[in-house]
Design a protein around this ligand. Structure first.
Ligand SMILES: Cc1ncc(COP(=O)(O)O)c(C=O)c1O
Length: 419
């Protein structure tokens, strides 16, 4: 058994590169692979939409300026989820017209955003009212909850009756009333139902979305959100993009025939674009066990501080111990926090239970790579828990060069706002 067999798929970095990362930047350290980012973006850009297409990057997945720059250069637009993300997208060089703001938190800067040309998506009737009051007579998008959700876990399901995202589909008449009151044009209809893989759910959601569009005569574009699931582990399913694309295309063409409108398509993946392009390079800092009938634990210098998804959802990330000539062992990987939930290998979908992995038996000092860490890892980290500093981010360039994107946080930066 080699280290790459342990993860089932070759790690993003060779053992030599991982060693270089440790020597130059220390561990834990995020590494992103430009070639993977570009190849994935190009695949998504080829989505065969019949009447025009915009690919937005859901920057919540990873708002690093280095990653935004890669996607901006390829012509992607942005899905921003807060006023703060709008600002980061602008600072990364996106034009205001390339940014759509879809925020759970009502924007505090509606008039300013609209004045600059940023497009706003109302996620509630309250938000729609606020848009109307601040900037009457404008074109806006509305995010609707089509009544159906899809998620690998309940926490990644963002549609249906138990999700607070978007305007419930039965309230279309209210949407129209508010829009009429302020002279708003509903030009884009948006749905985002979560990140499940079941194509049947996708198909039903698409149909429900188009049924909603039929009720809004001014809608010229439909935004289907993101949620294209990526299996980070070899045994996990990934959404079949070709199947989704063929279906979406067929539905848009059928809609055009029955309704007469050729709808422009937008999608806004986060995970799909970045998940497999990132890894965390870490060091094994301790190995302990709980005796006969217990567990063998490898403690890493990374855990919920950099890769929170396992503790949060029981999400699975491939883990490779970069060693040779070792026997395999069943190992539970944990992070460095004084927190029993700081587990990198919970049971799938169950953050409360342990999910030991067969890997090369780790020793203190080993380099370890946590894969599938491009999406919702740096972005969702529990920064500074136990006062660990925010980890650095590095881009692996196609020629093998490692380029620092963000330095490791210093103690002074951690304390800077204390007065
Ligand atoms: C509105 C919206 N669009 C896009 C996304 C991206 O989802 P994913 O990363 O699953 O593609 C999300 C994720 O939460 C979202 O809320």
């Amino acid at each position: 058994m080699t280290s790459s067999q342990a993860g089932g798929r070759a790690p993003l970095l060779s053992a030599e590169k991982a060693a270089e990362v440790r020597e130059r930047f220390g561990t834990p350290c995020y590494v992103y692979d430009r070639a993977t980012l570009e190849a994935t973006a190009r695949r998504a850009l080829a989505f065969p939409a019949p009447y025009g297409f915009t690919l937005r990057y859901a920057m919540k997945a990873n708002p690093s300026r280095g990653i935004l720059a890669v996607f901006r250069a390829l012509g992607l637009h942005v899905d921003a989820s807060s006023d703060w993300e709008v600002e980061r997208a602008l600072r990364a060089g996106f034009a205001p017209e390339q940014i759509l703001l879809t925020s759970q938190m009502p924007s505090r800067r509606v008039a300013e955003h609209v004045g600059r040309g940023i497009f706003l998506n109302a996620c509630s009737l309250h938000q729609l009212e606020a848009f109307g009051r601040a900037t009457p007579g404008r074109a806006v998008a509305v995010r609707m909850n089509p009544g159906l959700g899809s998620g690998s876990t309940k926490r990644t399901n963002t549609g249906g009756p138990s999700a607070s995202f978007g305007i419930w589909h039965d309230y279309a008449a209210e949407v129209k009333k508010v829009a009429a009151r302020y002279g708003l044009t509903i030009g884009t209809l948006h749905t985002h139902i979560g990140s499940g893989t079941d194509p049947e759910v996708w198909k039903r959601a698409m149909r429900m979305t188009l049924d909603l569009v039929a009720q809004f005569p001014d809608v010229a574009a439909v935004n289907l959100g993101g949620g294209f699931k990526v299996g980070r582990m070899p045994e996990e399913p990934s959404v079949d993009m070709d199947e989704v694309a063929a279906h979406v295309r067929g539905e848009l063409e059928a809609f055009s025939q029955r309704d007469g409108r050729a709808l422009r398509l937008e999608i806004e993946p986060g995970t799909y674009l970045v998940a497999q392009a990132g890894a965390v390079v870490a060091t094994c800092v301790d190995v302990v066990d709980t005796g006969r009938g217990g567990y063998l634990f490898a403690k890493l210098d990374t855990g919920m501080t950099e890769v929170t998804r396992p503790s949060l959802y029981g999400a699975q990330h491939p883990i490779d111990v970069l060693a040779t000539g070792r026997e395999p062992a069943e190992v539970v990987f944990v992070g460095p926090c004084c927190e029993s939930g700081d587990i990198l290998t919970p049971a799938p979908g169950d953050p409360e239970a342990l999910g030991p992995r067969w890997v090369l038996r780790p020793r203190v000092g080993d380099l370890v790579i946590v894969g599938g860490a491009g999406a919702y890892c740096a972005a969702m980290s529990t920064i500074n828990y136990n006062s660990y500093p925010q980890a650095p981010e590095v881009m692996l360039e196609p020629d093998g060069a490692l380029r620092l994107l963000r330095k490791r946080q210093s103690l002074e930066q951690m304390l800077a706002n204390e007065v």
